[in-house]
Design a protein around this ligand. Structure first.
Ligand SMILES: [Fe+2]
Length: 683
């Protein structure tokens, strides 16, 4: 299989966009304007830079008796706008919720630009700063941070404040090129303070917004209409730290689950409280709101104009059957999931190709694992049943067993004739492999919602009473492992094609992970094929926080997740359990000493992991040069309230992971260095 080395990377073709132009604008005297941030409440933003273009964004809604229909954009090479470099005009209207997208072409590579929007009354937005990518033949190092999972309604965006503070202190050539947002930019599920007087699992609810319509389920609310989804973005973008970040760097964004639905798939809405309903209309509304508020080089198939999103007419219709690929061909579902296509490739010189996928629109419905759960051990799945069901009819080279051994019984295999779980879908998977195979960049970086690395522990080795309820015939306890067949196909391709410089950057898990991509772990063959960094959330609750708030102090398995100390502090022993195995955790409980705990580690549990933190928040800074790639993990404390310090508040730790560009046939390796702070329970 020689997919695609000769194929060109898919580039975006933009036509019909409201574009700026140098002709007639260059060297013009800047427009006389008064900055009125109160008329541009969501600030400004830029997105998807290339070597010679970037998309600029703002929103200018009617405010009291001041409304505007036309905006002028000015682009300058200096923040004071003394010299105008380029400019243009655009119309805005209620049809796009007064949001505005400009494609600014004909810019210089690796350049910093400032931009602003001015309405017909001479009222200006705040000034934004943006940066183009290096030229395609450039060796310039590339620097970016990546983030995911933010909710200003229940926390503070201190991570962005720290990111800005640190970047301002760097010399120009060391500053970030862009910010990659891996999704959960918004959380559509919303708890109102009046329904939850004690907050949401210990978090203070700000009540930043109410859905104009909304749907109440249990003690939370879900969006229903387009206006409901727009309400979320409007409110989030009024956050001062998020808004300052969007005004400082171009953002590159993909969505995760919450931009549409808590736990949906395709156009099905699934949420807590047992809510599960077809939602083709909401999928279209979610896509439209994303398109309106996130400036990105994405087009709707069949809509080249892009000043307005064209929402297909759909009817909420149950999806009853799924094809071999787990896709429902119900026509309204297909219209809804194809109403916006966000998978794309962006390039930063010779060093970085950034491949971006949509991990939600094509995913198969979840399998039901009810018969194979071990409720005595929270948050984990028994490995062997989990794997059999995840592969469905493809298990064991398309020879799935009739029954699954579980707790001494042979239970019927419910997925013997069911498609394998997939998140990419076959069409997108093929597209991804084409792009990966065609990439000539040294580092092929996959911006991935949730990453590929497995996290597990050896509960089969638990002694005595602690292990008495873990089934003896199921192998490891899996904390996180997803979509095994997609992973197999991609790993096989990397191996067959001898692809080097493969790097996955992920979010979604609300936990920091650093490690190596591999198809399998011991006792199967462990073969590292790339490096992987997963970022903790900007602000959303971590598993450690949830367990600290919800797990009973006398829960018999508590030690595997949390260790209580005499001073009332709690060690996130779940990291140790998953990095080193259960004996390390028990030794830590006995001695309080990580050195002694590591001395009894089980090296088979996680040979691929270098760092795991189920309690941290923050961001990861990636630097890609011609021969080295690094991921610097910047971890901050739980951001319950906004820091009043200009640096965004304290740092928990800063740990860097480096790899050298490996040759075909060599294994990638990660070196770790603690730069600041104390990550002792995470490494
Ligand atoms: Fe999230």
């Amino acid at each position: 299989m020689d997919l695609g080395r000769r194929k060109f990377l898919q580039s975006s073709f933009f036509i019909g966009f409201a574009i700026t132009t140098k002709k007639g604008w260059a060297n013009r005297i800047p427009t006389l304007a008064v900055e009125r941030r109160d008329l541009f409440l969501q600030g400004v933003a830029s997105g998807d830079p290339t070597a010679n273009s970037v998309i600029l964004w703002t929103r200018r809604p009617p405010v009291k008796d001041s409304s505007a229909k036309r905006l002028i954009v000015e682009i300058s090479t200096t923040p004071d706008f003394k010299i105008i470099y380029a400019g243009g005009k655009a119309q805005i209207s209620a049809d796009s919720d007064w949001t505005c997208r400009f494609l600014a072409p004909n810019l210089e590579p690796s350049h910093e630009y400032w931009y602003r929007f001015i309405d017909e009354h001479g009222f200006a937005s705040r000034t934004g700063r943006t940066m183009t990518a290096p030229a395609d033949n450039s060796d310039t190092p590339v620097r970016f941070t990546f983030v995911s999972c933010q909710c200003p309604n229940e926390a503070a965006m201190n991570a962005y404040r720290k990111m800005i503070f640190e970047d301002e202190a760097r010399s120009r050539d060391q500053q970030l090129n862009f910010v990659l947002h891996l999704g959960d930019f918004i959380y559509e599920v919303t708890w109102y303070a009046e329904d939850n007087p004690d907050g949401n699992r210990g978090r203070r609810i700000r009540n930043l917004y109410k859905f104009p319509q909304g749907r109440k389920v249990s003690n939370f609310h879900l969006p229903v209409t387009l206006e409901d989804y727009r309400t979320l973005y409007r409110a989030y973008l009024e956050d001062p730290d998020l808004q300052d970040a969007r005004a400082r760097w171009p953002f590159v964004c993909i969505w995760d689950n919450h931009e549409f639905a808590w736990a949906g798939y395709q156009s099905q809405y699934v949420a807590g409280g047992g809510y599960n309903a077809p939602a083709q209309n909401q999928k279209v509304f979610a896509n439209q709101a994303w398109w309106e508020f996130i400036p990105a080089m994405v087009q709707q198939p069949g809509n080249p104009t892009l000043e307005q999103f064209k929402a297909p007419k759909v009817v909420d219709t149950p999806m009853e059957t799924f094809n071999d690929d787990g896709l429902s061909e119900e026509p309204n579902n297909l219209l809804a999931i194809h109403s916006l296509k966000i998978q794309r490739v962006l390039r930063w010189g010779k060093n970085v190709d950034l491949l971006l996928t949509d991990n939600w629109s094509f995913r198969s419905p979840d399998m039901s694992t009810d018969d194979f759960e071990v409720p005595e051990y929270p948050r984990v799945s028994p490995q062997i049943p989990f794997e059999i069901m995840n592969y469905g009819r493809h298990y064991n080279n398309d020879n799935p067993p009739d029954t699954i051994r579980f707790n001494g019984k042979d239970l019927p295999n419910p997925t013997k004739n069911v498609h394998a779980q997939t998140y990419l879908g076959s069409e997108q998977r093929r597209w991804f492999l084409d792009q990966l195979g065609a990439s000539t960049a040294r580092w092929k970086i996959w911006g991935h919602g949730f990453g590929t690395m497995e996290v597990r522990s050896d509960y089969q080795n638990l002694p005595g009473e602690l292990g008495s309820k873990w089934p003896k015939d199921v192998g490891y306890a899996v904390l996180d492992n997803r979509f095994l067949r997609d992973k197999d196909i991609i790993c096989d391709f990397i191996q067959d094609q001898k692809i080097t410089g493969f790097c996955v950057v992920g979010g979604d898990r609300h936990a920091f992970h650093a490690g190596l991509v591999s198809k399998a772990l011991p006792p199967k063959k462990y073969e590292p094929l790339g490096v992987e960094f997963i970022v903790g959330s900007v602000s959303q609750q971590t598993l450690f926080e949830v367990m600290e708030v919800t797990m009973k102090k006398d829960h018999p398995k508590r030690v595997l997740y949390l260790i209580d100390q005499p001073d009332g502090k709690v060690i996130p022993s779940i990291n140790v359990t998953a990095m080193h195995g259960v004996n390390s955790t028990l030794k830590l409980k006995e001695t309080g000493d990580m050195e002694q705990a590591r001395a009894v580690r089980n090296p088979d549990v996680a040979p691929h992991l270098s760092l795991l933190d189920y309690g941290g928040h923050g961001y990861v800074l990636v630097t890609a040069t011609s021969d080295q790639l690094s991921g610097e993990f910047v971890c901050i404390p739980r951001p319950l309230e906004r820091s009043d310090s200009p640096d965004g508040g304290p740092l928990t730790y800063r740990v860097i992971h480096r790899t050298h560009l490996w040759k075909a046939g060599e294994d990638p390796k990660l070196e770790q260095q603690v730069l600041e702070g104390d990550p002792r329970y995470c490494i």
